[in-house]
Design a protein around this ligand. Structure first.
Ligand code: CAO
Length: 416
């Protein structure tokens, strides 16, 4: 079966997490992804957070499936020649070096356009043009600079970063979207273009509802925030909202049976207006159905602590799975707090290929997250990440047409 991007060659000059997330997705959509890495060193994550001595780390293997690895020192003369040939041959160059690194290597956007006007050059940077454009940026810096940290956590506690890697993997997703759009545009125009995904912008995009709330503050307190019901005045910026729902329907995380010993024995519970009557029956408060203080969403807003307190008294008598089983048929939106252990063991995620077991010659079998987007004509088989330089000879000869003698000379010169 043909795949969505199986006619596309990617020059993957990415490292760490943000860029590799993007190129892994493109590989899963069928693109031929050629990961270019420094000889003898490779992507720094290969040797970060090592759990099996001598083997590529899970950090690396889980972000670089379905790619080929070419070692290349792009700062040597012959290495630059190889890179030029790659630029002429490939459709997309993806990179997430520190600002200016590609220019210093001699591969500015202008130079790349000269070499290949059809080339799409896609970059992740920490910030877009402006005062911080030269900064090196990592995940948590982006979460802080993009508005996530100031709006995550509890009102009376520190700003918090989230476990979801919205700065790195989130920006990788944004970049993949930009690349696919640029590829479609190239079909019409024949021209490549630059695609830039700054991490700050990507995080802010994912925090869109918090900028919504910033503007709503002008019209008065944010009534769906717990702090409103608690009578605590709002300041001039969107506050941290604990586990309050970000939408128009109030929601909270509530304790379930076993919470005293199990750190994940909790459920999310949303008091969706449409099912209020059913919620009242389930929690044993039928009198709240018609009571003027509870019957309508606006009436309930000042009483949310009391409402969720009563719901929690009920959820604490059930496991998080029982809460799901009882509420789901009634269309009451709830969700168990699932641990990584529970997700890793969840059979339905194995069946859909969202959790996959992959074999690796250095480390043996390991679990990974497969492709989270499913296309009906794009069955994804997750293949292990490449060893450093595993495909150098194959790429140099098959893709770039180097002879065996020429490859030997490149190796002699320390270029590959
Ligand atoms: N051959 C020769 N040189 C190479 C090479 C190769 N194959 N691959 C990389 N290099 C060189 C680069 O050219 C650069 O050299 P100069 O500093 O002389 O220009 C050098 O290696 C280091 O690159 P870097 O500055 O990008 O790497 P770093 O570890 O210092 O910084 C990071 C890492 C992530 C902070 C930085 O790359 C960055 O800010 N990237 C953009 C934002 C981003 O993606 N952040 C998310 C990372 S995931 O948390």
């Amino acid at each position: 079966m043909s795949k969505a991007l199986d006619h596309i060659k990617i020059l993957d000059f990415t490292h760490v997490q943000s860029g590799p997330t993007c190129t892994q997705l493109l590989a899963w959509m069928g693109a031929d992804v050629i990961k270019v890495e420094r000889p003898g060193v490779g992507d720094a994550t290969r040797k970060q957070l090592v759990d099996v001595e001598g083997a590529d780390s899970l950090y690396f293997t889980m972000l670089n499936h379905n790619k080929r690895s070419l070692t290349l020192n792009s700062k040597t003369e012959s290495g630059k020649e190889v890179l030029e040939r790659l630029v002429k041959t490939c459709d997309v160059l993806v990179e997430n070096f520190a600002p200016g690194a590609l220019d210093r290597m001699g591969f500015s956007w202008e130079r790349i356009q000269e070499l290949n006007p059809r080339m799409i050059m896609a970059s992740v940077k920490g910030f877009g043009p402006g005062p911080y454009e030269d900064c090196k940026v990592y995940e948590n810096v982006a979460q802080c600079a993009g508005g996530s940290a100031s709006t995550t956590g509890f009102r009376d506690g520190l700003p918090l970063v989230t476990g979801a890697q919205i700065g790195d993997s989130g920006t990788g997703l944004h970049l993949a979207f930009g690349i696919c759009a640029a590829l479609l545009h190239r079909e019409k125009t024949g021209r490549g273009q630059r695609v830039l995904a700054p991490m700050q912008d990507g995080v802010l995009n994912l925090c869109r509802v918090k900028l919504r709330d910033q503007q709503r503050l002008k019209a008065g307190p944010l009534k769906e925030y717990s702090q409103y019901g608690e009578g605590i005045p709002f300041g001039d910026a969107t506050p941290r909202a604990g586990n309050d729902s970000g939408g128009g329907q109030p929601g909270r995380i509530l304790k379930c049976k076993g919470w005293e010993t199990d750190p994940d024995a909790y459920t999310y519970f949303i008091t969706q207006a449409a099912v209020w009557q059913k919620i009242c029956d389930v929690i044993g408060k039928p009198e709240w159905k018609e009571h003027p203080d509870y019957a309508t969403p606006p009436a309930r807003l000042p009483h949310l602590n009391e409402v969720f307190g009563a719901i929690e008294e009920w959820t604490m008598t059930k496991t998080k799975y029982e809460v799901m089983e009882i509420c789901n048929p009634l269309d009451i939106p709830v969700g168990p707090i699932l641990s990584m252990k529970e997700l890793a063991e969840e059979p339905s995620l194995r069946e859909t290929g969202t959790i996959v077991e992959v074999d690796h010659p250095e480390r043996g079998p390991y679990l990974s997250v497969g492709c989270p987007v499913k296309l009906s004509d794009n069955d994804v088989v997750v293949e292990r990440s490449p060893l450093l330089g595993e495909h150098s000879d194959e790429i140099l000869s098959e893709v770039l047409g180097y002879s065996a003698d020429e490859i030997a000379a490149l190796r002699e010169a320390g270029a590959v």
